[in-house]
Design a protein around this ligand. Structure first.
Ligand SMILES: Nc1ncnc2c1ncn2[C@@H]1O[C@H](COP(=O)(O)OP(=O)(O)OP(=O)(O)O)[C@@H](O)[C@H]1O
Ligand SMILES: [Mg+2]
Length: 231
């Protein structure tokens, strides 16, 4: 079976300058993401996992190497064009979810939708948001302020928000750190559904081997060096 290549990293390195020290967070990473991959990224604290995820998600620039998205080299794009690609291709689920507590579920999801530069009226917008909340099973919570939700519900809001612009790739960075086992399992089940039924590519950074259950590929990082483990 030939899989569809979505994204390609070629000899990608990332160094940070901290005072007089240079930190090699990533060294010559070669990685291809295919459509519908469910990739787990594992490695010790400080290994370079978040650095890699940020480069994949066009949040941070590599120091060296070539990054291609559907064959297109990204380095030559302006910041504005890059932001467009970021919005079109990626949905993010961050560790603390980055929700605005005093906003309702609806208002939190409206934020990335407004970045997408599509013109829709209020009714369509409500339908779109309601639809994505339905997919993750919390439609009835649409007008609740986020500070009234449980940890599991907040997580679902974060997942819904990552899906709102219908991205190809969902990037999740240690999203289950603070959750109990049951909620972490629900999260995994949802990601699995998003991968299988909604055809999204998933990249999940985790410390927890149990989270690798549905991964078709496992990438290990040690001191900025990437290797692929047999699944
Ligand atoms: N903005 C930054 N400025 C300077 N150094 C950084 C920066 N971000 C990361 N680093 C350094 O780069 C290395 C890799 O960091 P990274 O955040 O990618 O690790 P990680 O694998 O995600 O770790 P963790 O599991 O603790 O989240 C570490 O040595 C870290 O201190
Ligand atoms: Mg990290």
């Amino acid at each position: 079976m030939t899989e569809k290549k979505l994204l390609e990293l070629n000899k990608i390195s990332k160094t940070y300058k901290k005072k007089k020290r240079t930190i090699n967070a990533l060294s010559e990473v070669d990685l291809i993401l295919n459509k519908k991959d469910f990739i787990g990224i594992i490695g010790k604290s400080g290994a370079g996992k978040s650095s890699l995820l940020k480069i994949i998600g066009l949040i941070s620039k590599p120091t060296e190497g070539v990054y291609k998205l559907e064959g297109k080299e990204i380095a030559s794009l302006s910041e504005k064009e890059k932001a467009k690609y970021r919005n079109k291709y990626f949905g993010f689920i961050l560790q603390d979810y980055g929700l605005i507590d005093s906003y309702t579920v609806y208002e939190n999801i409206e934020i990335p939708l407004s970045y997408a530069e599509i013109k829709i009226d209020a009714k369509e917008k409500r339908e779109k948001i309601s639809d994505v909340l339905d997919k993750v099973g919390i439609k009835q919570e649409i007008d609740e302020p986020c500070n009234k939700l449980s940890g599991g519900q907040r997580q679902r809001v974060a997942i819904a928000r990552s899906l709102i612009n219908d991205p190809d790739i969902i990037l999740a960075d240690e999203p289950t750190g603070a959750l109990d086992n049951e909620t972490a399992k629900d999260f995994l089940t949802l990601l699995h559904m998003i991968n299988k039924n909604l055809n999204k590519t998933i990249v999940l950074v985790t410390h927890d081997e149990k989270m690798l259950l549905y991964c078709n590929r496992i990438i290990q990082i040690e001191n900025g060096i990437v290797s692929e483990k047999k699944t």
